[in-house]
Design a protein around this ligand. Structure first.
Ligand SMILES: NC(=O)c1ccc[n+]([C@@H]2O[C@H](COP(=O)([O-])OP(=O)(O)OC[C@H]3O[C@@H](n4cnc5c(N)ncnc54)[C@H](O)[C@@H]3O)[C@@H](O)[C@H]2O)c1
Ligand SMILES: NC(=O)c1ccc[n+]([C@@H]2O[C@H](COP(=O)([O-])OP(=O)(O)OC[C@H]3O[C@@H](n4cnc5c(N)ncnc54)[C@H](O)[C@@H]3O)[C@@H](O)[C@H]2O)c1
Lengths: 203, 203
């Protein structure tokens, strides 16, 4: 397993490379990638070697090949299934944004308690009541869970997902969760992003 | 100015410490903070010295004092004003979540183009049409902008904010933005967070 920082960089490179591809840019030099990501040329070249490229390319690396190389490292070849719990403002934004973005990461089910949402399809994904998490996680082979419920339900939601067999959680509620050692937990709080902006924006 | 990684750690410590305070925990040891954040005791002790604490405390550091110490480093004492552009699913989630969380970071205005939203108060904050960004940014002394508009409007939104005088931007649209050297840009893409979960969750 690679270090988390390396996984992050590869993910970020891939986003940039997909952008390049969407804008018709077919080749990229390592120094361009380094500039985009404010990384040193040394770091980028090391990552490029990790991707399996060797030697300098005269007109740069083929963007499509680099995207595929990163995919071979980052993605699980059979793909992984994702469930989202809590389809409010944030959950809806994530569902709409993420759907279709990464072929190897599929949102296969979403969960809520609101009867106006459960039993319906939202953005083409079926919304189930949270009480069905045990059977739906098993039936749909859900590997990863995204938690976007109100803070007071964060812990019980995580427990429900873990008891159902989920081994990876992305928690947006900013409530600290205690998870077993064999569960990978990632959290994000926009406050930290904003505090960085606030700190560096002032003269 | 501190390095970005240090600012990030201080912000994350503060979130943990605020959580401690809300749960009645008044003292914390450096090794506890290290554990919470999966950092080495060495790193945490270095950060604690940076905060102005010296020497070991027998029953741990006073949580409230540490929160204040971080505030003296991270916050601008007069506070900074924040505007959010694009009050859809993501913008609304951020507005509701962030309001009141950090006394020195105040959302003073929000902007949209949707006539059902502009001219009204949402979560106690006045929603203006984006055409008024130049005058409202100046009148309300907005320092920082959060961009949560659809991707096709990301670039023009950033340009509008920068022309109006904003020097710090937090961009959630995942469209790459080119900003002048004196503008600080932070971006976030949940895909990178999810790809980390996906990578580390599988056996
Ligand atoms: N990490 C960040 O930067 C950040 C940013 C914004 C919001 N948030 C947090 O994200 C969460 C969602 O925010 P939001 O604005 O979308 O809230 P919201 O109130 O709009 O949505 C919450 C949704 O969860 C559902 N729900 C309620 N109880 C549930 C339960 N027990 N199980 C499953 N679903 C349940 C509700 O019916 C609703 O659909 C909150 O915890 C909020 O604090 C975090
Ligand atoms: N970074 C991430 O991880 C992440 C996650 C989710 C969504 N997103 C992105 O965030 C953005 C917002 O997503 P959403 O689900 O809230 O979308 P949305 O469609 O629900 O909301 C967009 C809002 O912007 C307003 N708007 C449209 N044109 C505008 C303009 N020119 N100026 C100002 N406001 C304008 C709309 O009226 C609406 O209120 C999108 O770009 C989406 O791709 C990013």
């Amino acid at each position: 397993k690679l270090p988390a920082k390396t996984v992050e960089r590869l993910s970020e490179y891939r986003r940039t490379l997909i952008n390049c591809m969407n804008h018709g840019k077919e080749y990229i030099y390592s120094h361009e990638l380094a500039q985009f990501h404010h990384k040193t040329a040394v770091q980028v070249r090391r990552d490029i070697m990790l991707m399996g490229f060797s030697g300098v390319q005269r007109k740069g690396y083929k963007v499509k090949e680099m995207i595929d190389a990163i995919g071979r490292i980052l993605d699980y070849k059979n793909g992984q299934n994702v469930g989202i719990v809590g389809i409010g403002h944030l959950g809806t934004a994530i569902l709409q944004y993420f759907t279709g973005k990464r072929p190897k990461l599929r949102v296969v089910a979403i969960f809520d308690v609101d009867e106006k949402k459960t039993g319906r399809e939202i953005n083409g994904v079926h919304c189930y009541h949270v009480d069905t998490i045990p059977e739906v996680v098993e039936r749909e082979n859900i590997d990863l869970g995204i938690i976007t419920v109100p803070p007071e339900f964060a812990k019980e939601t995580a427990e429900g997902l873990i008891n159902a067999g989920i081994r990876g959680i992305l928690n947006f509620t900013t409530v600290p969760l205690n998870v077993p050692e064999d569960v990978y937990l990632e959290e994000y709080d926009m406050i930290t992003s904003l505090e960085k902006v606030a700190y560096f924006a002032r003269g």
